[in-house]
Design a protein around this ligand. Structure first.
Ligand SMILES: O=c1nc[nH]c2c1ncn2[C@H]1C[C@H](O)[C@@H](COP(=O)(O)OP(=O)(O)OP(=O)(O)O)O1
Ligand SMILES: [Mg+2]
Length: 195
């Protein structure tokens, strides 16, 4: 089955390809020019649907199945921030590193070395016949420091529950077995098998 990914994030593409070995996974940028999608939904699910719908419409191909991921990190001592704003935490053109160091500073400014935190991933699927969405979560501790360069985004500051190393230090296989994205994609697989 061919699955078009409505994402511009190379880290997500890498992880989705590794988890969906039995699908033909194609980032939409290999089919059409990348375009800006305004993620103005009120939650992860709405934003994932907005991205999947936008790419489905732009592809203009009835038979395509489009999958989008909207995700982010929520830090307890910051009242759940940055949440759905994770990608734009340090500004509209922020890089992963800008966002990472801004979050570290925010936790320090609150007077903490770390805080309970969790990642959320909403996966949306859009086809000509319907729309579907599922979620996955990963709980752990957001550290006020960055260690390791594995994964992407906020991974160098995140220690999953039950581990003593950050996702920047842990290998890809470990993240694959516990991540918010892996959990949501495994639920999404059940839906995809019915299409
Ligand atoms: O496993 C993860 N490990 C580390 N960081 C993560 C992860 N999952 C989401 N994140 C962070 C990255 C980004 O700051 C935000 C996602 O924002 P989000 O809008 O969904 O993705 P994006 O703009 O990078 O790509 P796109 O919208 O084209 O899919 O959360
Ligand atoms: Mg985005």
């Amino acid at each position: 089955m061919k699955l078009v990914l409505a994402t511009s994030n190379k880290g997500k593409v890498r992880e989705i390809k590794a988890l969906y070995k039995d699908f033909e996974v194609v980032p939409y940028s290999e089919l059409i020019d990348e375009f800006e999608i305004v993620e103005d939904g009120k939650d992860f699910k709405e934003n994932a649907l907005i991205k999947a719908r936008a790419v489905f419409k732009a592809l203009d191909d009835e038979d395509v199945i489009v999958l989008a991921d909207d995700s982010g990190i929520s830090v307890d001592v910051l009242g759940g921030k940055p949440g759905i704003y994770s990608a734009r935490y340090a500004g509209a053109d922020a890089t992963d590193k800008d966002n990472l160091y801004k979050l570290i500073e925010a936790i320090k400014t609150k007077g903490f070395d770390s805080s309970p935190a969790h990642y959320t991933a909403a996966i949306a699927i859009v086809t000509k016949d319907g729309e579907y969405s599922v979620h996955g979560w990963m709980y752990g501790e957001a550290m006020a420091k960055a260690v390791g360069d594995g994964g992407f985004g906020y991974d160098p500051m995140f220690i999953p529950l039950g581990y003593d190393k950050t996702l920047g230090e842990l290998d890809d296989e470990t993240k694959k077995s516990i991540s918010h994205r892996a959990k949501a994609l495994s639920l999404a697989k059940v839906i995809l098998q019915t299409l």
